[in-house]
Design a protein around this ligand. Structure first.
Ligand code: ADP
Ligand code: IPE
Length: 267
């Protein structure tokens, strides 16, 4: 089994003011997935310009001040949920057109968090879909939270990856983003940034402030989730989905450029 994340930076135009997909990337990536030799595959995708700007504008996950604020956040939750679902529909449309038997699992309809973290969820449905060789597609979404002071939270695709990988124990966890991997500092701001082949602790890198609106912590949030996973003995790899054929080659198990996140206790 492979769990693959398609970052919002790859499938959407993350810097766009309005929700905008990246049709060229979506088409090519769906083709690459269908041409690869995956056996069991779970796809997780991010929200990009379909999620972050709304979640930020309405302060989803922030403490609720009063009744008016609650109403405002409820409005924002609906709007965010609607847009990320639209993105998910586009993603599955591209996958299905290319022969991948995608089946959508919207987190807001079956997951709740406690203080922004997934507590537990019934994975039997996902397992049943995999058993029949469907490709479950799950994504960064807004969800209800048990904490009464916030009531709602943003659930990132990266946290989903962490949770699913920990409980389903896939052979590979691959995260596709818009840079070659993890660098010692943001390669978009620092031309001298060095690509790190292996990351085992957060101190190896700086992430700085994201260029785009990112309510789930950008690269810093991603690395934090993946290090938690690495501590449990599950390795993951970050690759650049803007490079042609890299997703196909990664799924096929070929050696490619990128960063491996692995725990320090291993070996
Ligand atoms: P995605 O939307 O694909 O999940 P993010 O937008 O959250 O990805 O994170 C990718 C971005 O993180 C890159 O475009 C890069 O500019 C930024 N970034 C910040 N710090 C780093 C770093 N140390 N190494 C790599 N990328 C970084
Ligand atoms: C964010 O998911 C979800 C919402 C903002 C609703 P991600 O954090 O996984 O999205 P990307 O990959 O960074 O765009």
């Amino acid at each position: 089994m492979i769990i693959l994340k398609l970052g919002g930076s790859v499938i959407t135009r993350k810097e766009a003011e309005k929700p905008t997909i990246n049709p060229d990337n979506l088409g090519r990536i769906a083709r690459e997935i269908s041409q690869s030799n995956y056996h069991k595959l779970i796809i997780v995708h991010g929200a990009g310009s379909f999620g972050h700007p709304f979640a930020k504008k309405y302060g989803i996950g922030d403490k609720i001040d009063n009744l008016k604020d609650l109403q405002h956040k409820i409005e924002g939750f609906s709007l965010t949920q609607h847009h990320v679902r639209k993105l998910n529909t586009s993603v599955t449309e591209y996958l299905i057109k290319n022969g991948v038997n995608a089946v959508s699992l919207p987190p807001s309809s079956f997951i709740k968090t406690e203080d922004k973290r997934i507590l537990g969820l019934d994975l039997s449905l996902i397992k049943d879909y995999l058993e029949l060789n469907f490709t479950p597609v799950i994504y960064g979404d807004v969800v209800l939270d048990y904490d009464e002071s916030i009531k709602m939270a943003v659930l990132s695709g990266d946290q989903l990856i962490q949770y699913l990988a920990q409980h389903l124990k896939p052979e590979r966890v691959i995260l596709a983003t818009d840079v070659d991997g993890i660098y010692d500092k943001d390669p978009k701001k620092h031309p001298d940034a060095q690509l790190l082949e292996v990351v085992s602790k957060a101190e190896q890198l700086q992430t700085g402030d994201a260029e785009t609106v990112d309510v789930t912590g950008g690269m810093g949030g991603k690395v934090a989730e993946l290090l938690q996973l690495a501590d449990k003995g599950i390795e993951s790899e970050i690759i650049n989905a803007n490079q042609i054929d890299i997703i196909k080659n990664a799924i096929n198990g070929e050696k490619i450029k990128g960063t491996i996140i692995k725990g320090m206790k291993k070996e």
